[in-house]
Each structure stands twice: as structure tokens, then as C-alpha cells.
Write a protein that binds this ligand. Sequence first.
Ligand code: URA
Length: 257
Amino acid sequence: MPPQRPLKTLERVLSKAGLGSRTEARSWIGAGRVRVNGTVVRTPDRWVDLERDRVTLDGQPVRGAKKVYLLLYKPKRYITTYTDPQGRPTVYDLVRDAGVWLVPVGRLDLDTTGLLIMTNDTEFAERLTNPEYKVPKTYHAKCADRLSDEQIARLANGVELSDGPTRPAVVARLRDSGKYTHLEIVIREGRNRQVRRMVEAIGSKVIELVRVAIGPVRIGDLPIGKWRHLTETEVRALAGRSSAGVPSGPGLRSRDP
Ligand code: URA
């Protein structure tokens, strides 16, 4: 059994302090740049208590970082990872000015745009991505065909995917235009390419996908490629299961393609 909090492993203390990723923290520890109570420690999984132990990196004291929660409007062609071997732009390129180390809460595909929460609060991030927590995510999808009511009902009832059936979703036709149908889809799971695969399962294809809300947090007027801090109320609503509901009413502006 690992010890109870406030003990954390040394690599976690460094990454949680907003200094870098856990991989970077391990390399600093391995390089002998980290001391605990004055002694160089080279084991990343050494348990430390920041309230009691004095941890330094290159002689500078490490303290718990202030919690930061950002909402980014991810554009197309940005990848949701820290580095990309192919050198493509990443969401980190867009939040560098935040000045702290952040992790994305879940992922958006390369060609999906819309809301991405980034935070240095890894417990918050883990909870929000846990399928048991069931935070609703609202997407606007432009489909390559005009869908029948029957196809939309199948999406809502749950479709069979290669990794199992999807849970019931809330699906509404926003409009038909030309040969396309625009849908609003609210899902509480976060499987890989889930919305795209759901639409493929009913015989069509998503050609544009925007995440317009996460729980009660909406895209609003945030310009594409920009970020803002979440308000305290938004953080509380996302962290508290009861109020992490689906936004409704005229406040939810359509940002569908
Ligand atoms: N569903 C998808 O298909 N892609 C995303 O990026 C998010 C949800």
C-alpha cells in the first residue's frame, strides 16, 4: 500500500509543482540535480512530503504550484500531445504564455476543434477523464450525408463499436443544409474518436467536428486558438459531480461548422 497523502513520489512533486513533465522530472533526478533535505536523490519514486521535506532543483526550492485551469479553443491541425515526432504544431504551442506546466484533460483529434481544458491539477484532470465521472461533452458535427430520423435515433440509443457498445447519447438535428446534416451530440464517455466512429457506425462520416461544451462550460466568444482561465465557479461546477450538467437554453451558441 502506498503511503497516504501528503506523501508523493519525488517525480510527481516536481511535475505537480508546474516545473515540467514527469519524464523531464525523472531526467533531472537521474542527473543529480534534485536534493531532498540537502542530499542528492536519484530515485524518482522516493516518497516525499512537501510540508516537511525540503526539495530543491538546481538549488532552488520546489513548492506546490498554484492550481491553474485553462480553457483553450483548439484549432484544426494541432495535436493534443507535448511533442510530435513529425514536428506538427501541438496545443502546448498555444498555451506557452500561461507560464506553467499543464496537462490536457482528455484529447481532441488532430482535425477536431473546440474546447480543451488544460491544468496543472492532475487529480482534477484524472477525475474529469474517468468514464465513471460521466462529465457530458457536447459536440457539433457536420455529417457527410443527410441523415434520417432513424439513423439519429440509432446514435442516441447506442451503437456497436469495435471496443463495445456506446452508452445512450443525447442527439439532436441542428439543421440540414444541402446534402449535409448538422448534429448536436452529447456523450458522457471519452473513447478514442468516439463521435466519428459513432457516425460511421450508422453509415455516414463526420466531416467537421467541434466540441462546444464540457459539462456546464461553454465555448462562448473565445476566439479560435486562444485560451482563458476557467472561473472559480466553472472549476467548482466541473469538480462537483452534481452541477457538471449539460448546458441548455439560449446561452449555448452554436459554433458548428
Ligand atoms: N470524438 C471524436 O471523434 N473526436 C474527438 O476529438 C472527440 C470526440
